[in-house]
Design a binder for this molecule. Structure first.
Ligand SMILES: [Zn+2]
Length: 426
């Protein structure tokens, strides 16, 4: 009976969101959350999750699935603390995991919930109980679990680097798992939702429906799927109806089992070059070009050294790739279409246009470029309509503080009036 009432209220919610959709195009109204809305938000979100969890209990899984863990049952306490604390406002960006990992959410009830991150960063230490049928190889020990989930460690370390505190991350970000249950084979090895045969349709149907509701409830502007499967589910649910014009992005899943997921480390390398630029009295921007998982070009600004205003980090990398293609006698445009760009600052109008023109696969950048940004100052994509995906905000504070350090000092090649102006501003 309660389920009926619940789905009814969600339908009403959907309807309301659709009615409000034209206003939501306005970014100010997206950012505004009335106090009553924010009070209802965690409660409604939890209800959605719990309903999905209950519905999934009615799905019967056949071979090779031997064990089904429902962390939203036995680890509901820490999960509720997580939701009540961090799901109190609309979310601009929602990161989408697939389902609980054995040493992460299965232990702690928190998405990507690696024990140390949950205990030390979130400071959540509620008790968890046991799954109904426990796999001897995958015992649930809660925070006493000694194994560390690498994916969770990587994900939360990244956000710690970007945001410093959980509060900063959850101000506009959120982490949600597409499917709240873990499925295991006899020896404990993981069965992903994408590997389920027969019953898969029912599982995906239920998870899809809730994913759509969650996106609308939290008024998500951008979904970032961890892995192709998560990305595909988000694209699928938004295909028929997308009242908020939510965009979908993709990040390689951080699991060490996934090949070519070094991009968690790529930004580190880009930052090394930004630091090198700063030490050489250049505007501190570092850049990495990655092709099929391998770094093929590294660059930083060399404007002052070369006295050439076009020698930006990205153009230096483009030149390197051109050289590689020449020496290996391969097609430049085919090569660039598989290139991922990691750069500490939003590419300027010139570099954005060049990268879009080359159809690079994606651009991942740190902080915004308020003076020359190819998105912020003039949206180059609106003119060139590129296939390239562009996503910013990775370690933005760190990238910005490098720029500030540089501009506080003296740019040796800047015209005198600009240096003076800059000093006045500071
Ligand atoms: Zn540039």
């Amino acid at each position: 009976m309660s389920k009926f009432a619940q789905s009814l209220s969600i339908k009403m919610l959907r309807k309301k969101l659709k009615l409000d959709a034209p206003n939501l195009q306005n970014s100010e109204s997206i950012a505004t959350v009335s106090p009553s809305q924010s009070m209802d938000l965690p409660k409604t979100f939890l209800e959605l999750e719990i309903n999905l969890n209950e519905s999934l209990k009615k799905v019967s899984f056949s071979h090779p699935v031997e064990y089904v863990y429902h962390p939203l049952d036995y680890a509901l306490k820490p999960h509720t603390v997580f939701v009540n604390r961090y799901c109190t406002s609309h979310k601009k960006v929602m990161f989408l995991g697939i389902n609980p990992g054995p040493w992460g959410m299965c232990q702690t009830g928190i998405p990507f919930g690696e024990v140390a991150s949950v205990r030390d960063w979130f400071k959540i230490n509620e008790d968890v109980s046991k799954p109904e049928r426990e796999c001897p190889e995958r015992k649930v020990l809660g925070l006493a679990c000694k194994r560390s989930e690498i994916s969770g460690q990587r994900v939360w370390r990244l956000f710690k680097n970007i945001c410093g505190t959980p509060e900063n991350f959850f101000k506009s970000g959120f982490m949600y798992n597409y499917c709240p249950i873990a499925l295991m084979k006899k020896g404990g090895s993981n069965v992903t939702p994408s590997e389920i045969k027969g019953d898969a349709q029912k599982l995906e149907e239920l998870c899809d429906e809730t994913l759509y509701d969650v996106i609308q409830l939290l008024q998500v502007e951008i979904v970032v799927g961890f892995g192709r499967y998560a990305e595909a589910r988000a694209l699928h649910v938004l295909e028929k109806s997308n009242p908020l014009n939510t965009k979908v992005f993709y990040l390689v899943h951080p699991s060490p089992r996934v090949p070519n997921n070094k991009n968690w480390e790529f930004m580190n390398t880009a930052f090394k070059f930004a630091h090198e630029a700063l030490a050489s009295q250049e505007v501190p921007v570092g850049c990495i070009f990655v092709h099929n998982g391998e770094i093929v070009a590294t660059g930083r600004n060399t404007v002052n050294a070369t006295r050439n205003a076009t020698r930006h980090a990205e153009l230096n990398c483009i030149d390197d790739v051109n050289q590689i293609c020449k020496s290996q006698n391969c097609d430049v445009l085919t090569f660039f279409s598989a290139v991922e760009v990691y750069v500490t600052v939003e590419p300027c109008i010139m570099c954005a246009a060049a990268l879009y023109d080359l159809n690079v696969r994606c651009i991942v950048y740190g902080c915004k470029n308020d003076r020359f940004g190819g998105e912020t100052v003039f949206n180059v994509a609106s003119v060139l309509k590129p296939v390239t995906r562009c996503i910013g905000g990775f370690r933005a504070d760190e990238a910005m503080s490098l720029l500030k350090t540089f501009y506080k000092g003296t740019n040796p090649s800047a015209p005198p009036h600009k240096v003076k102006l800059k000093n006045k501003e500071n």
